[in-house]
Design a protein around this ligand. Structure first.
Ligand code: M6R
Length: 589
């Protein structure tokens, strides 16, 4: 989703800002722009398309000026167009703004401002911010208070960075329910929605809290509350492999991240014992556990629920984060909310945990991104430790989530002797990676098919859901994940000659029943792609996986499915790193 960055320093801002935007490309965007203050005026350059092309076409990097702001836009209000791209400016071009979030009451504010004579040129919600600040500035003549007064009437979520024509030294940033981070450098400072925007320049950061305003020049910064009270905040060093954002020799980040899983699974298991035990105490002592997540992280949540039930014998509910409000009345001080999120910034998840917190629920989280809003708003956190995930499709973060869930479940059930087998799972990853070429050939065979079905039972059903999500996301084909037993209750009607069906069928207690379902589909013309440690003539294609304890199959199966989605995209000539319409970090509801 939208990425924002502001720079105040002693060298030219433009190349630093465009590099920052490139580092945030993975978040997903459709247009980009910069506003650079050259000491006299602010030049705005923006357009639709890719950052590299826009930068070249508009000559952005040669703009002069040592302060500026920049933005990647993921359209929410107003179509993808040059005029709707950020930055936005006010009528008299005195105020220039980049914004991430959604201003819920923008229509009302816009009407009021238009009635007062303001002229709008875009269809965005964000433009109201610039006009509001300009309006306030006219009466107060004060930068901070004009921003604060604007914040007082804005409803919704926002993080924005502002520069003023009459102030060539300072950038201002403010946040409410959208991330904003101050990066502290030497003779230069940054404000951005993402550490990756400036990580090559500084690893010293302050994560701004909701309703904080920061005023930044090249050699100083001040943080204050929206009531004007000064805040003293300690900076922290981001001790993360955060600067590891290169593709290395891989053709795409997604492929690199699939290949990294031998290491990342191992890293995720390397947890602080006290925190692990604390998690286990909290989970083990509650009979009101709600697991909350979205997308792929939600699938990790389903695995957690099944394992808690089958292995630990404790009940839990999985709630889709965006649907949490329907369950809010059940939350009280005995409730535990286990939030799972790669980014820690998913708006639906944050909204859910804030609702639960308001009802005194305890929040524990499994998160990848250090310093993210979810980590700061949780009572206890386990980190995935899998490094930045740049590909929009969640790959290594999912297997890391599973690894941590397994670890918790084994401790909770007293099966600590099985942790050695869990640790050994990472050593099996190369065997799965060796299937890459086989999977890519299968994808070429089915490159013109438009409907795919993924089936499995038990834990494998959840992996069927994940495989289907991944294929939809990267290859833009219809894909459905189903409990194998449900087929005959309806979906079997869609199976016809040549329909590809991916059958997740490890040799566990579900093996023969799932095989029967595969036979039923094959009898109706389906092409069966079996993912199993046990070959069978029913499979038209068989992708062999290693034999492990039955609870660990998901973590192995999914790696094959990640390849299937990746090569599904490649065989259709799509870029798997930047699937259309999607954003890595979904910071709006
Ligand atoms: O950062 P999160 O784990 O909270 O993100 C949740 C979903 O947006 C995410 O998993 C999404 O479904 C992935 N792009 C799927 O590959």
């Amino acid at each position: 989703m939208c990425g924002i960055i502001g720079y105040a320093g002693s060298i030219r801002a433009a190349p630093i800002l465009t590099q920052g935007l490139t580092n945030m490309e993975y978040r997903g965007y459709d247009s980009a722009g910069v506003g650079i203050h050259d000491g006299r005026q602010i030049s705005i350059k923006k357009d639709t398309g890719k950052i590299d092309e826009i930068k070249e076409r508009l000559g952005i990097d040669s703009l002069n000026g040592n302060i500026g702001i920049a933005h990647t836009r993921w359209a929410t209000h107003g179509k993808v167009s040059q005029v709707n791209a950020h930055p936005h400016t006010s009528c008299e071009s005195k105020v220039t703004v980049v914004h991430n979030g959604i201003i819920d009451n923008y229509q009302k504010l816009r009407i009021n401002l238009e009635t007062a004579g303001h002229l709008f040129i875009s269809d965005t919600d964000s433009e109201v911010i610039a006009h509001l600040i300009e309006d306030n500035f006219k009466s107060s003549g004060d930068y901070r208070s004009s921003i604060i007064a604007a914040c007082e009437v804005l409803e919704g979520s926002f993080a924005f960075v502002v520069i003023f024509k009459d102030n060539a030294d300072t950038i201002f940033g403010v946040r409410k329910d959208a991330p904003l981070i101050l990066g502290i450098g030497k003779n230069e400072n940054f404000i951005a929605s993402d550490i990756l925007a400036f990580i090559k320049k500084t690893d010293e950061v302050i994560f701004l809290e909701n309703f904080e305003l920061v005023e930044v020049s090249k050699d100083s910064y001040q943080i204050m509350s929206l009531s004007g009270e000064q805040k003293i905040r300690e900076s922290v060093k981001v001790a993360w492999e955060a600067s590891d954002i290169s593709r290395k020799d891989f053709s795409h980040f997604t492929l690199k991240e699939i290949h990294e899983q031998q290491n990342t699974i191992r890293q995720s298991l390397n947890q602080n014992t006290n925190i692990l035990n604390d998690f286990c105490d909290i989970l083990g002592n509650s009979n009101k556990i709600y697991i909350v997540a979205s997308g792929t992280s939600l699938h990790a949540g389903f695995i957690a629920k099944q394992l808690l039930a089958r292995v630990v014998k404790i009940p839990s509910e999985v709630v889709i984060a965006s649907e949490f409000i329907s369950y809010a009345d059940l939350i009280d001080s005995d409730s535990v909310i286990l939030a799972i999120s790669q980014s820690g910034e998913t708006a639906d998840v944050l909204d859910a945990i804030r609702t639960a917190k308001g009802r005194r629920g305890k929040i524990i989280s499994i998160v990848n991104t250090p310093g993210s809003s979810l980590t700061r708003e949780s009572d206890q956190v386990l980190f995935l430790n899998c490094g930045p995930e740049i590909g929009v499709a969640a790959t290594k973060s999912f297997t890391s989530q599973l690894a941590i869930i397994y670890q918790l479940v084994l401790i909770l059930s007293g099966r600590t002797q099985d942790i050695a087998e869990l640790t050994n799972i990472s050593n099996l990853v190369p065997e799965l990676l060796s299937k890459e070429e086989e999977v890519s050939k299968i994808c070429d065979t089915f490159a013109s098919n438009t409907d795919f079905y993924f089936v499995g039972r038990g834990l494998n059903f959840t992996i069927a859901l994940e495989g289907a999500l991944k294929l939809k996301e990267l290859a833009y084909v219809h894909a459905e994940g189903l409990a194998a037993g449900e087929l005959k209750h309806g979906t079997l009607a869609l199976i016809e000659e040549g329909t590809p069906v991916i059958v997740l069928n490890p040799d566990d207690e579900t093996y023969y029943e799932t095989l029967n379902n595969a036979s039923e589909m094959k009898a109706r013309g389906a092409k069966i792609i079996g993912i199993s440690n046990k070959p069978n003539p029913i499979y038209d294609y068989h992708l062999q996986i290693p034999t492990v304890d039955r609870i660990f199959y998901p973590i192995l199966e999914v790696i094959i499915l990640q390849f299937l989605a990746y090569y599904g995209a490649i065989s259709r000539h799509h870029n798997p790193d930047y699937p259309r319409n999607l954003a890595k970090s979904v910071t709006v509801k």
